[in-house]
Design a protein around this ligand. Structure first.
Ligand SMILES: Cc1ncc(COP(=O)(O)O)c(C=O)c1O
Length: 407
């Protein structure tokens, strides 16, 4: 048996992972076009071009580009009618941006647990959290795996609660042949640098509903009415909105990135299929369940280590010594329920006073045990469209080597 690298043996991963720059000539050319046009400010120009391309690519009626995924979700929540004191149900295993979007509107985040087998919000558990104050459920397609949308749409039909898809990690994933972002009442996408499509920072809202789109457009733009022949000085400002406008520079990069999405999704899928096929039968490893009707847009694959000796954290050290890029957390915050902002309802930096809208809510930190279990047992195998076949061969060989040593 090969000696583990952590004990002085040769590394299984002998070459560094291939990571060429993901911004290429197309981004450069489109950026120069914008600079040469002398028009950097949206929301027309390349911003409108990008929005039209999103509509075509995802089969959705409207897209509204904004400056981040967080404000995309906030814009969508506002456009779906969320206001002060309303409850919005979501998972505490997501980026904090999902929660921030709710709190920014003085709405109340309500956290519901995940299904361990899919790693996604469990529709049954969400149903139990619905009250007469619930306005929206945010289904987070975490790590590119689409949520069980039929079950959520049934809940919506029965209760009138709207469905907002958090597609920040799921560009190009499909559910029953439809792209995520075109299924719920609205969706929010992120384009920060870790995402399938990146503009450094950025985001967009999608919806099939005309009124939702119209409100979202106003909300991102201080509620200015554009494209209408209004005398300067007579903007009516119909409600409160701030400036969430992206520039045409971001949109130029976004267009070029969108053109790469189909390849990215397909290549990541190839890699993940190899992991399932070549590692799926190893003991003490639990792979995410993939429903028949979904096509994920993969991120690092969240397998679960179900053994006890060695520990998960010991295994991570062993893998890192082998040269394998492996990490353990599904998100920057393991469980948002356990953060200070939620436990103390600490809204403002310099006062502990709880704002009125949040005074009657308390949070049990142990309310979502499946999230804690997943975060404590998760091993994320590297997935990236830029990795070569050799990268994947060596990663698989490393897992087999480590498993042969221990099990
Ligand atoms: C699931 C999820 N929701 C929301 C966000 C927020 O997006 P952004 O960082 O663009 O504000 C992210 C980004 O990390 C995310 O992964």
């Amino acid at each position: 048996m090969d000696e583990l690298a952590i004990n002085g043996g040769a590394k299984a991963k002998t070459v560094p992972y291939n990571q060429p720059n993901k911004y290429t000539d197309e981004e450069r050319e489109l950026l120069l076009e914008v600079l040469d046009s002398g028009k950097l400010m949206g929301p027309g120009g390349k911003v409108a071009d990008f929005e039209a391309e999103v509509c075509r690519a995802f089969g959705v009626k409207h897209a509204i580009m904004v400056t981040s995924g967080t404000v995309a979700l906030q814009t969508a929540l506002a456009a779906l009618g969320v206001s002060e004191g309303d409850e919005v149900i979501t998972t505490p295993m997501t980026d904090f941006g999902t929660t921030a979007a709710i709190l920014a509107l003085h709405a109340i985040p309500i956290f519901s647990d995940i299904d361990l087998s899919t790693r996604l919000l469990d529709p049954q558990k969400v149903r139990e959290k619905i009250t007469d104050k619930t306005r929206v459920i945010i289904t987070v397609h975490m790590a590119g795996m689409p949520c069980e949308m039929d079950a959520f749409l049934d809940i919506s039909e029965e209760t009138g609660v709207k469905i907002l898809e958090d597609c920040a990690q799921a560009h190009g994933a499909t559910y029953r042949g439809r792209f995520v972002g075109a299924i719920g009442h609205a969706a929010g996408f992120s384009m920060n640098e870790s995402k399938q499509i990146s503009t450094g920072d950025g985001g967009f809202v999608t919806t099939n509903d005309d009124e939702t789109a119209e409100i979202a457009r106003l909300f991102r733009d201080k509620t200015y009415l554009r494209g209408q022949k209004l005398e300067r000085g007579v903007q009516p400002i119909p409600f409160f909105g701030t400036n969430l406008r992206p520039t045409c520079l971001q949109a130029a990069v976004a267009i070029a990135q969108l053109h790469k999405l189909e390849y990215l999704v397909a290549r990541r899928d190839q890699i993940v299929r190899r992991y399932y096929a070549e590692l799926g039968d190893l003991p003490h490893l639990d792979f995410p369940k993939i429903a028949d009707n979904v096509h994920p847009s993969w991120w690092p694959l969240a397998i679960r280590y179900t053994g006890s000796t060695p520990t998960r954290d010991e295994l991570v050290d062993v893998f890192r010594a082998e040269g394998v890029s492996i990490n353990t957390s599904m998100s920057a915050v393991k469980n948002i329920l356990r953060t200070e902002v939620i436990q103390k309802r600490k809204y403002y930096p310099l006062t502990d006073d709880i704002p009125t809208f949040w005074q009657n809510t308390t949070y049990n930190p142990d309310d979502c045990p499946n999230v804690d279990t997943l975060q404590a047992t998760c091993l994320r195998l590297p997935v990236n469209e830029r990795y070569t076949d050799e990268d994947i061969d060596q990663t698989i060989a490393a897992v087999k080597k480590v498993w042969a040593h221990y099990f």
